[in-house]
Structures are given as structure tokens and as C-alpha cells.
Design a protein around this ligand. Structure first.
Ligand SMILES: [Zn+2]
Length: 61
């Protein structure tokens, strides 16, 4: 059930890095969020990306 919602960890990592450069679509964000609630590894990776993008924003680039 809801198989179409499932992303692999690899796909999630790609979306997280693409999110730095472009706005994700609604379904991409939903699928990302669903994966992140279920996957500890990707939650940690997502947090690292967030810290990174905060730092970049603070530098004003
Ligand atoms: Zn994962």
C-alpha cells in the first residue's frame, strides 16, 4: 500500500541535495517527509543538509 510514496534512501539523498538548488514539488516534499519519519539514517542526513544551508544563508551567498 502506498508504494508510489516510497523513496529509496538514495533517492532521498538526491532530493535533499537538489533542494539546495531548486524548489521541490509538493509530492516530492510529501514523499521526502514520509521517508524521513520512517528512516533514521536519512533524518540525520537531512539535518546535516539543513545546518549546511543555514550556514550558507548566513554567509549571504
Ligand atoms: Zn532513508
Amino acid at each position: 500500500m502506498f508504494r508510489w510514496l516510497k523513496l529509496t534512501c538514495r533517492q532521498v539523498h538526491r532530493l535533499l541535495s537538489e533542494r539546495q538548488d531548486r524548489k521541490l514539488g509538493l509530492m516530492e516534499r510529501v514523499r521526502l517527509r514520509i521517508h524521513l519519519t520512517a528512516c533514521d539514517v536519512c533524518s540525520v542526513v537531512a539535518r546535516q543538509f539543513r545546518v549546511l544551508s543555514e550556514a550558507v544563508r548566513r554567509l549571504g551567498t
